[in-house]
Design a protein around this ligand. Structure first.
Ligand code: C6P
Length: 423
């Protein structure tokens, strides 16, 4: 079974009907909404964003119908109700990722904002000229550019641990690149472009042994793997709500309390202060110090509903089902003439990147779209990784809890049509 560190279930392919997928699909109204002139939607773009269950949509409607107010500001009834809902959501997130305290849960707009927060606050304070930041070759731009900006500003050096031809981190190289100058190590839990699941427990151990602070980009981890930040012992873990069935514009930055406490605020405004005078401002306690301005209250309560939904189904059951789809679709794809899968790591999240000989990925995406099949094509915000594999772009199918083997079959039929058109 899935463990606290995010190991995938080994027996996945044996358990085809672990989830009641029909019942789950009933919870997602959009899956029953035809596209492209009446075609059934086959939504295989879940790594970009997941669809939302009725439980999340209804929660947002209820928030605006019965609870809407600003938080932490009013003494009136609605402000209390909204504040209560917002803070209860923090507790839900805390439990979901195994944090010790609500103070360690900072609400953000998404993974990107969480990483930028750490770069701008922790980074500016702790990284200096000649210091190093270590990332890996499979990072999303959101886990590259904030560090480049910081390095440029501080005269620090960005180092990159390589991946092998399967898209797996070369752990010995990663270890070799950790030096006494390494201040921070930042890596994805799982790759959005290839699916590779990193051996994060080992990586965290190595980074800590070298005296570095560790940030995990969990955008593609939280939707598929059980997360226990205390057990992992990472210093920061950032993720996006919209990739785990929650609303867009929501995210979480987990940080160890002592580390967050020592960090300066990164944005100024309402809610992050205790008192303001023209001479001096004192800052609010954690986590409010990092939540300047009116937050995305509706989004946060929707995110809590999404995490409750995932918990009720069970992340282990979801992982088992997704692994079944991954293995089934991989096998069927490999049987299609001209298909080459980019990213063949032993441990993968339910993401399959591929190219089709003689066909540009955008053409694949456009033709599949005419059949109602949604995949993503392009560089997946991981251009250095595309260069590593010598491809300008790939087609990417990514599976979620509501996908079925029949949808994987539809993808294969669609690809056969693509091949016929280009033959
Ligand atoms: N990847 C994809 O189609 P935001 O945009 O902040 O919610 O997430 C950014 C991000 C960071 N890290 C990883 C590993 C990601 O996959 C993403 C988002 C989407 O693959 C959109 S580019």
């Amino acid at each position: 079974m899935t463990t606290a560190t995010g190991t995938l279930p080994r027996s996945a392919s044996l358990i085809q009907d672990f989830l009641d997928v029909d019942r789950i699909r009933d919870d997602f109204p959009i899956l029953h909404h035809p596209v492209r002139g009446g075609r059934a939607l086959v939504y295989l773009d879940n790594a970009a964003t997941t669809q939302k269950p009725r439980q999340v949509i209804d929660r947002i409607v209820r928030y605006y119908s019965e609870e809407n107010s600003n938080v932490h500001r009013g003494v009136h009834y609605l402000s209390e109700v909204a504040t209560d809902a917002y803070e209860k959501a923090r507790t839900t997130v805390k439990r979901f990722i195994g944090a010790s305290d609500e103070k360690e849960i900072v609400f953000t707009r998404g993974t990107t904002e969480g990483i930028n927060l750490v770069a701008q606050s922790w980074g500016r304070k702790n990284v200096g000229a000649g210091d190093e930041i270590l990332i890996t070759a499979i990072e999303h731009h959101s886990n590259i550019v904030p560090w480049q900006l910081l390095c440029e500003e501080k005269g620090a050096r960005l180092r990159v641990a390589p991946v092998n031809d399967s898209g797996e981190l070369v752990l010995e190289e990663f270890a070799r690149l950790l030096t006494p100058r390494t201040k921070l190590v930042a890596f994805g839990h799982a790759s959005n472009a290839l699916g590779t699941i990193n051996p994060i427990r080992k990586m965290i151990g190595l980074a800590h042994a070298a005296g570095a602070v560790v940030l995990i980009d969990g955008a593609q981890g939280v939707p598929h793997l059980h997360i226990d930040v205390r057990d992992l012992d990472c210093d920061f873990y950032a993720f996006s709500g919209h990739k785990v069935y929650g609303p867009t514009g929501t995210g979480v930055l987990y940080g160890k309390e002592a580390i967050l406490d020592a960090m300066p605020p990164w944005q100024g405004g309402g809610d992050m202060i205790l008192s303001v005078s023209f001479e001096k401002t004192t800052y609010n306690a954690l986590p409010y110090k990092f939540e300047a301005g009116t937050p995305n209250i509706e989004g946060v309560v929707g995110l809590a509903a999404a995490l409750d939904y995932v918990s009720a189904i069970g992340i282990d059951a979801i992982a088992t089902h997704e692994q079944d789809l991954l293995h089934y679709a991989t096998k069927r794809l490999l049987a299609v003439e001209g298909v080459r899968i980019i990213g063949t790591a032993a441990e993968k999240a339910s993401v399959i990147s591929f190219v089709l000989e003689g066909v540009h990925p955008h053409d694949i995406g456009t033709i599949l779209d005419q059949e109602g099949i949604a995949i993503r094509t392009g560089h997946h915000c991981a251009q250095p990784l595309m260069m590593r594999f010598n491809v300008p772009a790939t087609a990417r199918a990514s599976f979620a809890m509501y996908n079925t083997r029949e949808e994987a079959d539809a993808l294969i039929v669609g690809l056969q049509k693509v091949m016929e058109l280009f033959r």
